[in-house]
Design a protein around this ligand. Structure first.
Ligand code: ADP
Ligand code: G6P
Length: 516
């Protein structure tokens, strides 16, 4: 257990996104869990570390003072998912940082998501460099650093690209603390990183850490290449450590994973089945038709437009497939303060309408779009009852949706009572695990392919053909591929990731680094 490994040392986790957003919705207090891989992965993990989690308080400013954006909330283990009854986890303190609106606009919607996010995902077009962005990023990073230092930490664990400068700021005040950062998105090549006007400053900020982790060795290697090229006074050693400012900075790769037991339990739950029943009713889904599923934050990196183009091409070139399947797109709006994201949302909606207009018939709608806020069980219901899922990111650090889909598949048939209640024959449906179509440009492809069907989302004809393969795959092949994917998702699960982080956070991994 990580809290045992840390012993008396106090841990502070710092991320931009908070695990729960408290807001009033139509006058009613709500606590929503935001969609996103970082929060999904970390909430359960931090519940095990028992420390303090510093995050931007993004909810309503006038909320109950106990949970207001600039306060501390005790998050008990039960709130962090899992079953409170068999939970001996310590829970954690959520320390919310209330950032002024202007700062949020320039630091979060600006520098983080219009400069760093696109650069890390190798997307040059959306990069927007407004002169107000970089100063705001520095200011926000200072505020996060101050809050972390105020908690008097022995170990600080920074998360992701919003906080590249904070480690250096904390280092200046707490030279003795152990600082570690996990970078949840890809790290680009030096040729691409060079687009960033503040590149060297960011690298120096990150080198304030003792260790920096990435999902893949490829990303870590790109980071070291950037340091070698843009930080003249740093030296990259052959073993992958970096000598900088009289210290050794370690870089490591550790693929993040999912809590497979929890996802499987959610998929088996009544909540999952009831939600699927509601979806089936609401959209009049025919049980004879295969279900193909997509689950995405509506972000241009997710390749939703490319997917819809591939589906249109599939129907154009394979008229015999008309009426054979329904594509269910679960979408969640995201980063709506950014024009490119608002346009993307509209484009997805328009493209779906066009596709349904062109290929739909009176008794068949090819694409169903679901925008409900769903909880983990309901989402697991979509995963469970789908015959295939498509993840087609143009670029993605890891992609947890792919792993969650695999973990939710192959559950025993739901009870016969439910099956009879609405006439659906679930006793024969969905006991065979579904196929996964997966972009080769996501981190998860490294472990899931070739068992997952690999696609290049830019290759519309090849993509369409791969969806056809998924739809027509025989049961034996589906089972074999699913068994292989399941084994890999179990091996690289969230506990395996946490075990590596524990070694790094406690300094165990330094032994190797100090040897060279
Ligand atoms: P990202 O972190 O870029 O959003 P991931 O696939 O790694 O992409 O993680 C998304 C996480 O958010 C998953 O754990 C998923 O369960 C959760 N989530 C909840 N609702 C949605 C939704 N509508 N779309 C995408 N992800 C969702
Ligand atoms: C990705 C990023 C996370 C972020 C998440 C959701 O997973 O790596 O840092 O939290 O997307 O995005 P948001 O901007 O809503 O936090």
């Amino acid at each position: 257990m990580i809290d045992d490994a840390l012993g008396d040392r106090s841990l502070v986790v710092v991320s931009n996104r908070e695990p729960y957003v408290h807001e009033y919705v139509e006058g009613e207090p709500t606590a929503e869990r935001p969609a996103g891989g970082l929060v999904t992965a970390l909430d359960g993990v931090v519940a095990k570390t028992g420390g303090t989690w510093v995050a931007w308080g993004s909810g309503d400013a006038d909320f109950d003072p106990a949970v207001a954006p600039d306060g501390e909330v005790a998050v008990p283990p039960g709130d962090s998912g899992g079953d409170p009854a068999d939970d001996d986890r310590p829970g954690y303190t959520l320390s919310r940082l209330d950032l002024p609106r202007r700062l949020v606009e320039n630091y979060y919607y600006g520098y983080s998501n219009q400069v760093l996010w696109p650069i890390c995902h190798l997307e040059a077009d959306p990069v927007t460099v407004d002169p107000a962005f970089a100063p705001a990023y520095r200011e926000a990073n200072r505020r996060f650093a101050e809050r972390a230092v105020a908690a008097d930490p022995d170990v600080v664990w920074f998360q992701d690209y919003h906080l590249a400068l904070a480690p250096q700021y904390v280092r200046e005040q707490r030279p003795d603390a152990r600082l570690v950062q996990f970078w949840h998105v890809p790290w680009p090549t030096p040729e691409f990183f060079e687009i960033c006007p503040q590149g060297t400053e960011l690298l120096r900020g990150l080198l304030g850490n003792d260790a920096i982790g990435f999902h893949l060795e490829r990303y870590a290697a790109n980071f070291r290449d950037c340091v070698a090229r843009f930080v003249p006074d740093a030296a990259v050693t052959e073993s992958g450590t970096i000598r900088y400012d009289g210290r050794t900075v370690e870089t490591y790769a550790s693929p993040i994973g999912v809590d497979t037991e929890r996802v499987a339990a959610n998929a088996r739950s009544d909540g999952a089945t009831h939600y699927w029943d509601r979806v089936t009713d609401r959209y009049d889904l025919d049980p004879e038709r295969s279900i193909v599923l997509g689950v995405d934050r509506l972000d241009y990196t997710k390749g939703v437009i490319e997917r819809l183009d591939a589906l249109a091409h599939l129907l154009e070139t394979n008229p015999g497939l008309a009426g054979e399947f329904t594509y269910v797109q679960k979408g969640t709006r995201t980063r709506e303060g950014i024009p490119a994201y608002r346009r993307y949302y509209d484009e997805v909606r328009d493209r779906i309408a066009d596709l349904n207009g062109a290929y739909g018939t009176p008794d068949w709608t090819p694409v169903v779009y679901i925008e409900d806020d769903v909880d983990d069980r309901e989402l697991a219901g979509l995963y469970r009852y789908a015959d295939a899922a498509v993840v087609s990111s143009r670029r993605d650090g890891m992609n947890l949706v792919a792993k969650e889909f695999v973990a939710a598949q192959g559950q025993p048939a739901p009870n016969a009572g439910l099956a009879q209640a609405d006439g659906l024959d679930r006793s024969t449906r969905n006991r065979t695990p579904g196929a996964l179509v997966l972009s080769r440009f996501v981190g998860a492809a490294e472990s899931l392919c070739p068992a997952a069907l690999s696609v290049n989302p830019y290759d519309v004809a090849g993509f369409a053909e791969t969806i056809r393969t998924a739809l027509t795959m025989d049961e034996t092949e589906r089972r074999e591929r699913a068994a292989s994917m399941r084994a890999s998702v179990r091996e690289d699960d969230i506990d395996a990731w946490l075990a590596t982080q524990t070694d790094v956070l406690t300094g165990e991994s330094r032994i190797a680094a100090d040897d060279d």
